[in-house]
Design a protein. Structure first.
Length: 177
């Protein structure tokens, strides 16, 4: 087999391994087979580092930006709610996309989406000047939603946060009412 053809095959196998098109053990076997046990002279390309950093930055900047828009600006209520709705919808759709891709970033985006949804609901309730029991009830419902989602998707920290939040909201209701 010519060297050029072997390089093309090795690049394809590395691509399959990086994008999880084949199980890693199969790719390792094929790489060992085509390199005749010598291994690769250059490392296989993994996910681009800047893509991962960008995802993390976007996820963790949405929450502070949302707080800034709601609590530190003089914009109209409809504009604040619209911006927050776009953030909630964006993180939700991104979480669904990453869940379907079986990406490790899914739980981060799901958590951010749920936090933004909680912030959105608190923002709406604060506009209505609702009684304290309604506010605590909404927080408890959100925490139970977190717990249910954590059980359904098998995300341990979402289950823990949901259970602790629901217990805290229940204790707050019990001792203050």
């Amino acid at each position: 087999m010519t060297k050029e053809r072997k390089e093309i095959i090795l690049q394809e196998i590395q691509y399959w391994k990086a994008n999880r098109l084949l199980p890693e053990s199969y790719c390792d076997y094929l790489l060992a087979l085509y390199t005749q046990g010598e291994g690769l002279t250059h490392p296989s390309p993994g996910p681009r580092q800047w893509v991962i950093v960008t995802r993390i930055m976007i996820a963790f900047l949405m929450l502070p930006i949302s707080f800034l828009v709601i609590y530190f600006t003089e914009t109209a209520f409809i504009m604040q709610t619209g911006i927050l709705s776009i953030f909630v919808l964006g993180t939700g759709l991104t979480a669904v996309y990453l869940y379907n891709k079986k990406s490790i970033d899914f739980s981060m985006y799901a958590t951010m989406g749920l936090l933004l949804l909680l912030l959105w609901n608190v923002h709406i309730i604060s506009l209505w000047q609702a009684p304290n029991w309604l506010f605590v009830s909404i927080v408890m419902v959100h925490c139970l939603l977190w717990y249910w989602g954590g059980r359904k998707l098998d995300v341990v920290f979402m289950k823990m946060i949901g259970a602790l939040g629901a217990a805290s909201a229940f204790l707050y209701m019990f001792f203050n009412f």
